[in-house]
Design a binder for this molecule. Structure first.
Ligand code: ADP
Length: 474
């Protein structure tokens, strides 16, 4: 069994209790982690506050140098990190369309580099003979980061690196399902950055809630379900914390009648099924024009029948298991409901009879809005393909959702697609693609997919407060 300690003020911390981390490909525990409490969160906040004055006032180049040093440190241990991510999340090392733990660790390095290269700016809002008014950025203080299980290392980087880059110190709590690679990453950070700059507390919702409500924490960045996001927002009201909430999505894709089916089918399939559907901004509802509906649905189902499902550590595996039992149960219940509603299963529909939490890649036609499988986010390898005839009416159905994370338009006509993009109610719209992210482009949701953005200057801004400085010339 691997072992994970907490890290507070640069020291490894044990606890009286522990919890196991299960490999979803086997259903067996492979790591044991120290279970933190609210007292550990208190200690982590004390350490983070103590580290803040030095870290926030350090010369910017020095801070950038230390953050950048994390890239070669991760690179030197890339195989180990990939294996840990695969063991705890289930995602393949390589994976469908290259979406796997190699992409996760490689992406982590790329995002550290891009974030380190950002420069907090000083702008001049006004200047005349009497006064110059500057707008500067100040770090907020201590940032709490609460992360989910689907992209454990990558999302930690998305939270922690801009927080540090902007001069804050951090208390981090990874998902209780996937804390292992993040613990190893926190160890690396503590070898390079001063003690107390990044503190790690391990545990589940109670530890998350202690972070969200802690009056010594100035901001929380949270990625997870909309349901838990609401609770984080309630807890954060204790000291009017700033928040970035990156919550669930139920992204719609709209396929126009003019697409090149052969060229687009593999992209559509990967957009839906990469990471086994367990990505916030995966394509989760696919609306296809009636003139090509059967052909597109069959082309996607064909790939679902052929895709290689298995243990992510096996080289050939393209899709792994669902990450945890509770999520598998959600997927099974949505599949059952789709059966009860008369959905037509072109392929899949059942749990796979083997140890671990495997579910068949599943394609369902014949349903529409009003069915649970269409209205709720499955976060698993099951996708409804929905028929439409009229573009105005399908846009209404696509937008008829509490979520507003991403969406996509699929068409051979760029002008037509560009016109429809503006009518999609979501934070990111892709044309002939879905779910790609770039470290220099903002990513975030509207509606109940949350608020605030990550990445680029826009994301960095969320970890600082504007300070207006009047410099009188008199
Ligand atoms: P899921 O239900 O898919 O596991 P969650 O949104 O519940 O996703 O979890 C995301 C993160 O939020 C995890 O790190 C989890 O431990 C944490 N968490 C769970 N409950 C709370 C809470 N009440 N307050 C703060 N964080 C929480």
């Amino acid at each position: 069994m691997l072992h994970c300690d907490m890290i507070i003020g640069g020291e490894k911390i044990s606890a009286t209790d522990s919890f196991d981390v299960v490999n979803p490909a086997s259903g067996e525990a492979f790591a044991s982690c120290q279970l933190g409490t609210a007292n550990d969160v208190d200690a982590a906040v004390v350490a983070a506050r103590a580290a803040f004055p030095e870290w926030s006032s350090m010369a910017d180049e020095k801070r950038v140098e230390m953050i950048s040093a994390l890239i070669p440190a991760l690179e030197a241990r890339m195989p180990e990190f990939m294996q840990l991510v695969t063991q705890e999340s289930g995602k393949p090392m390589g994976g469908l369309n290259g979406v796997g733990s190699g992409m996760e660790v490689g992406g982590a390095m790329a995002w550290i580099g891009a974030t380190a290269a950002l420069k907090p700016t000083v702008e001049v809002a006004h200047e005349d003979d009497n006064v110059k008014i500057e707008v500067r950025r100040r770090p907020l203080g201590v940032v709490g980061s609460i992360t989910p299980w689907n992209w454990p290392l990558m999302i930690t980087i998305w939270h922690v690196i801009p927080a540090l880059r902007a001069g804050n110190t951090v208390v981090l709590k990874p998902s209780e399902y996937t804390p292992v690679a993040v613990t190893r990453f926190a160890e690396l950070v503590n070898e390079i950055l001063p003690p107390g700059v990044l503190n790690l507390v391990l545990g589940a919702g109670e530890v998350g809630s202690a972070i969200a409500s802690h009056t010594g924490i100035d901001k929380v960045v949270f990625t997870g379900s909309s349901r838990t996001g609401r609770r984080v927002m309630e807890s954060a009201s204790a000291n009017l914390k700033r928040l970035t909430l990156e919550l669930g999505g139920n992204d719609a894709g709209i396929v126009l009648p003019d697409i090149d089916i052969e060229a687009m089918a593999p992209k559509l399939f990967a957009a839906c099924f990469h990471n086994n559907g367990q990505t916030c901004a995966a394509l989760k509802r696919l609306y296809v024009h009636e003139s090509i509906y059967d052909e597109v649905a069959e082309a996607i189902a064909e790939q679902a029948r052929e895709v290689v499902v298995g243990d992510g550590l096996d080289e050939d595996t393209q899709l792994g298991p669902i990450q945890n039992l509770a999520q598998l149960e959600i997927v099974k219940s949505l599949a059952q409901d789709a059966k009860d509603q008369g959905g037509n299963f072109l392929t899949g529909g059942n749990q796979i009879d083997r140890p671990g939490y495997f579910f068949e890649p599943t394609v369902v036609t014949g349903l529409s809005n009003g069915s649970r499988l269409v209205d709720e986010e499955p976060f698993g390898p099951i996708v409804p393909i929905i028929k439409y005839s009229d573009i105005d009416e399908v846009l209404e159905r696509a937008n008829d959702s509490e979520s507003g994370l991403g969406g996509s338009i699929w068409s051979s006509d760029p002008e037509k697609a560009a016109e429809l993009v503006a009518r999609m109610e979501c934070g990111t719209v892709w044309v002939n693609d879905h779910a790609g992210l770039n470290p220099n482009a903002p990513f975030g949701g509207i509606k109940q997919s949350g608020f605030g953005v990550e990445f680029g200057d826009w994301g960095l801004e969320e970890f600082s407060a504007l300070q207006t400085v009047w410099l009188s010339k008199a």
